[in-house]
Design a protein around this ligand. Structure first.
Ligand code: HAM
Length: 437
């Protein structure tokens, strides 16, 4: 047993897995650009109050899952690792006066989030999200635009069968009466509630609807629904969102029990699952509108909407579906030689190829040529550049490792020749290797 291990629930991403994330990160950045979202990055930690106030104190994330940092001084500021990006991005929007920028401000971020939850399949203490936020547009068209963007991300990532669940959870006009009705309902059934849910009954009954405890599932199924109690403005907004989704051809299911796990949501709420899987653990993304959050964190009243896609779970879902998750880059060529000790020449030739933009590895050990070639094949390299006696008159041998053919090539034109050969090679880079286009 090694003496040290990664902290529980935090994973090392080894090369093949890191490559799968890199592929999704590239797609996220490219899609964000295509839709006009500008990149932002906020710190991995924030003042605890940003999360407490933003996400709501009576939520799982705040009550149980915050990764708190030990202050260095007695009266030091309290910090926590970010459990999600929205509160930090809204804090940045206010801090940097982004309300003076042309509205709406459309932002995208990809990075790790931390929740001190019980680790299990698909639930990690460190996970990665692709997040987008639109601040300053009340919708409903932008609500549909953002849901369509999420749908496209899954499709272009290679996940064909996803289910989008949609709901509207009202706003400060209609929510209070609904909460009262919900509280009355749960009060009637208080004895059936597990301790955590009972404690939340008076403080935040919406969280009971969102409970992970199977004991409350039946109770939740019969609970009053927000969608039936929307005020006229919320109902019109929701009808607008649905009409825009219809016009875009985005399919979704109405899910009246969907409330999301964070308090900042108003009106539109949605969650995405791989087909055939439901339950919070398998959600591969979720989002919604948060029209009160900017004001709650000290800015002027400003509407907002966004989503977060869980990249770890997208990769799991791709694996379950048997879809490609991305390939590691293999060297196009490995430079080997018949004089095992002449590492300098091999390294120089590989360096020149890299300078020309090609992926090349040099054999830097001093094993025999046969072993060097075996290693090149194991690397998955397409070509071996063999340095031998002809180097004296400016030539090396270029061997196609799969075809087993080889010919002499002038060293001066090696990069150009390799580039040309890689284009015609049947497994060459142009053949559309996954994730490398
Ligand atoms: P969320 O639903 O808490 O929303 O998280 C979004 C996604 O992150 C989830 O659907 C899931 O795929 C992934 N996720 C969450 N927790 C874990 C975990 N412990 N392990 C692995 N994956 C996880 C938010 O975070 C909101 N900020 C989304 C949003 C943005 N709403 C408006 N703007």
């Amino acid at each position: 047993m090694p003496s040290f291990r990664a902290p529980r629930g935090l994973r090392d991403l080894l090369p093949p897995e890191r490559q799968a994330f890199a592929r999704l990160e590239r797609l996220a950045a490219e899609l964000a650009g295509r839709y006009g979202y500008r990149p932002i990055e906020t710190p991995l930690l924030e003042q605890v109050a940003v999360f407490e106030r933003g996400l709501g104190e009576v939520t799982d994330v705040i009550e149980k899952e915050l990764f708190l940092l030990q202050p260095r001084e007695e009266d030091g500021e309290r910090w926590a690792l970010r459990p999600e990006p929205t509160a930090g991005i809204v804090r940045a929007y206010i801090q940097h006066g982004m309300h003076t920028w042309p509205q709406p401000v459309k932002l995208a971020m990809t990075g790790p989030m931390f929740r001190y939850d019980r680790p299990q399949a698909g639930r990690y203490r460190e996970f990665r999200q692709f997040d987008v936020e639109v601040i300053g547009d009340p919708g409903p068209a932008v609500d549909a635009e953002i849901i369509e963007l999420a749908a496209r991300f899954y499709r272009e990532a290679g996940l064909e069968n996803v289910v989008i669940q949609l709901n509207s959870i009202g706003d400060p006009v209609c929510r209070p009466a609904y909460i009262e009705e919900l509280t009355a309902y749960y009060r009637k059934h208080a004895r059936e509630l597990p301790p955590l849910e009972r404690a939340r009954l008076e403080r935040n009954p919406l969280r009971i609807l969102d409970s992970k405890d199977p004991a409350v599932a039946a109770l939740n199924a019969a609970a009053p629904k927000a969608i039936d109690r929307l005020c006229d403005a919320c109902a019109a907004h929701f009808a607008g969102v649905r009409a825009h989704l219809h016009a875009l051809g985005v399919e979704y299911e109405l899910e009246p029990r969907l409330v999301r796990g964070l308090d900042y949501y108003t009106r539109t709420a949605f969650e995405v699952f791989p087909a055939g899987a439901t339950g919070q653990q398998s959600a591969i993304g979720g989002g919604g509108r948060y029209d009160g959050l900017v004001e709650l964190l000290g800015g002027r009243p400003t509407p907002g909407i966004g989503f977060g896609i869980g990249l770890d779970r997208v990769i799991l879902a791709l694996q379950v579906a048997g879809a490609a998750t991305g390939e590691e880059q293999v060297p196009l060529a490995v430079v080997v030689g018949s004089a095992p000790d002449d590492t300098a020449t091999r390294l120089r030739i590989a360096t020149d190829l890299r300078g020309a933009g090609l992926a090349a590895r040099a054999e830097l050990g001093t094993r025999k040529l046969g072993k060097q070639l075996e290693a090149a094949a194991r690397d998955g390299a397409h070509f071996a550049v063999i340095v031998g006696d002809e180097l004296g008159d400016g030539h090396v041998q270029l061997r196609d490792l799969e075809a087993g053919t080889q010919r002499a090539v002038p060293t001066a034109g090696l990069a150009r020749e390799l580039e040309r050969a890689s284009r015609t090679h049947r497994h060459g880079l142009d053949a559309g290797r996954d994730g490398e286009a």
